[in-house]
Ligand binder design. Sequence first.
Ligand SMILES: [Ca+2]
Length: 290
Amino acid sequence: MSQIVESWASALDGQYIDMDGYGDPTAQCHDIWLSYLVSVAGGQQFQGYAPSGFTDSVFTSFPVNGVDSVVTKHYGTAGIRAGDVVFWGYGSQYYPYSHVAVALAEPVGGYVACLTQNPGVAHRESLILAGALGYLRPIRDISDSGVTPEPIDKDKPVEYISGSRNNGTQVVSGGNKPWIYLNDSNHTSFAVGAGDFQITTTVDLHGTAGTRVALTAYRVKYVNGSDVEEVFLEEIDVTLQPNGRARRQLVIPHRLPSSEWRTRVRITVPQGASPVTVGRFSWKGHKWNL
Ligand SMILES: [Ca+2]
């Protein structure tokens, strides 16, 4: 499996992705193609244009806007491999309005594991290949061939993880215990996929001096767009200082056993307490392969 493709898929998995502001809902399958085109294939977003308004015209009208400088076109489903962008035709049995998804593996038994969106968030799902027109393949070498694989070293992280919330704050009133969100209410997981993680989150809080709140980390199993299991990891209690503020770090060492798992932090504001505002929220750490 290409680490480039896997990293891209992990980053999108579980989120609503809208690249172009179009669509109802705005998070369409076409946005997955646009993200992949830009982030992995090395193209520019305008090259992903679908002339008919339906995504399969990227394939049927190929090439438009010079997209053939970054991908090649292949008819049919033979030879599909991880990293290929598969298109289903308008009027096809399973996707009457056409579809596009990015293959994450070679097909098995007429299905191909993909990163796909709509219906629902960007997620991993095996899609039936019936009705597929063909695929576009990045010209850039996205395989791991040509790269000398490094021996697995448990002491050596495979990924550095960092980020910070960059829009807005979150007000939590007494008696509530929501997930701390990252950039919008649909995006709360800051570490995803199988691996051993050591993550430090930093949370800035403000409210009424003396208010006590809890910050609790969980690992969450997320399947078909829903949380199906939560496992408690770490918790710290925080008391807002006389200036009404507190900055605390929560260190979260944990293992995520499969790609369905992710890590989140919840804030609990006690019943009857005045509201607490979560300001800056950031996270950094490392991931090791299992
Ligand atoms: Ca869109």
